[in-house]
Design a protein around this ligand. Sequence first.
Ligand code: DGT
Ligand code: CA
Ligand code: CA
Ligand code: ZN
Length: 572
Amino acid sequence: MTNAEIARVLERVAIRLEIDGANVFRVRAYKEGARIVAEHAEAMSAIANEPGALEAIKGIGKDLAARIRDLVATGRTDVDDELRAKIPDDVVDFTQLQGLGPKRVKTLFEELGIRDRAALEAAAKEGRLRDLKGFGEKVEQNVLKALATASQWAGRMLLAGAWPLAHALAERVAAVKGVEQVELAGSFRRRKETVGDVDVLACGGDPETVMEAFATHESVAEVLGRGDTKCSVRLKTGLQVDLRLVPRESFGAALMYFTGSKEHNIELRKLAIEKGWSLNEYGLTEGDRVIASATEAEVYAALGLAWIPPELREARGEIALAAKHALPRLLEREDLRADLHMHTTRSDGKHSIDEMVEAAKARGHEYVAITEHSKALAMANGFDAARVRQSAKEIAAARERHPGFPILHGLEVDILGDGELDLDDETLARLDWVIVSIHSRFDQAPEVATARVLKAIENPYVHAMGHPTGRLIGSREPVPFDVEQVTAAAARLGVAMEINASPDRLDLSDVHARIARANGCKFVIDTDAHATGQLDQLQFGVFQARRAGLTREDVLNALPYEEFLAAIRRRP
Ligand code: DGT
Ligand code: CA
Ligand code: CA
Ligand code: ZN
């Protein structure tokens, strides 16, 4: 088992323990253990047999170490087996639904005996949730909404979740003797925020050996089908992966076809037909004559088009731009010089200012902003005015320890329900970098939400809007404010829109960011990291930016520090 797989088991044990009413310390130990394993650099499987090696990791005690050894050795552990026999998978998944934490799920499970999604939906529709202790009519409605949202995403996985699995399988195939090319195609290559399945293409090598290497990878749970040119597997995480072996002379055409999107392919095929040709996964042809097939660039060129980056292949006008050779030069990870949204132990982060700064430097950043929460998020130790004054001293001290590396004193200030900000202007004026975010009242009517956000960004001390719509992929719909109106106002006011790189946020979405760009907004792409490892997630924000057609010029944290300071919103 990989660290991610072990972490997932521990995480689900923690949730089941909580539903089961176990001691809070035990629950916390498993939760912490899951996080530590997920973020640990060495593979658990590599060190499990070294006496004392697991126990030596901070946060892993004797009990957890034994569980991890079980998982490494057999893929199972008895505490998990026992809890699974008691509490079904669906019930664990309920805790991911907006408005249902382990406490409420425990009530549903114990009082109503709800064991699966259908039963939950039925109970909510029949009005049987509202009278439960700690529920009410609002929670009941939210459960119905959350179920609808979740079913829309059912069967899909976050790109970031599929990322290590897909790469591991591709590497395994690439290592087979004779294999010449391997590419991850489909929505994965288009860097869509979620993927239905992963499509791997390869050429070269002995088909039997290639398929065998793929089908026997340790992450595979089940082989769904296997032939000479195609093999489909389901991984232990539930993700389906298809491998196709294609002829080397038509690898480019196959890569284009299986990268999609389907809508993009259809437009391309129309273009080919207009020229009296045909286009499929084997090539661009005129009768028996092959016009182009070996590389994507050749096929696009033969159609009179510039090569189109996969992130743009969604039939959103990219073909017309490619015909005029006017595609945007999309942003790249290397263009970013800073991360301007991160938390430390001072609010709800896991690492200190120094640890975050060092980690940011190690990732090549030239400056950062430290942005704790404001007081409305009491559970996250949000800052009040006095705490901001003290924070200024802490940041000044940190600057002394990191000469030549600018640290902006920032804050992520809550937008209250009525559009007021959580802190007064005098306090905001002390900060170098003010992000405003919505962390409450996600269920307002569109007009109310629009007025709320407009009021918030009118405040002259605001520099950027953090995870603007508040959506959580698979569990929470965006706050329904009018994106056209808000982004037009933001552009006029000089308030940047964030593309939050956290894999389950990716907020603004590609579609919303396109609207914002068309309205003239500037952007920041930030991780919102709550731990050093999460600073690596910046790439997922870059992918989303590319899908929105953003260039370096659109993004404030692509600027060198001095230019960044000159470009952010002017204050009174
Ligand atoms: P997914 O897996 O739902 O996240 O999305 P995709 O885009 O990866 O879709 P998938 O896996 O069904 O197929 C991979 C690519 O193969 C797709 O992007 C385009 C191509 N493709 C599949 N079916 C068709 C089709 O019926 N017509 C055309 N033109 N292309 C197709
Ligand atoms: Ca796919
Ligand atoms: Ca597929
Ligand atoms: Zn944040």
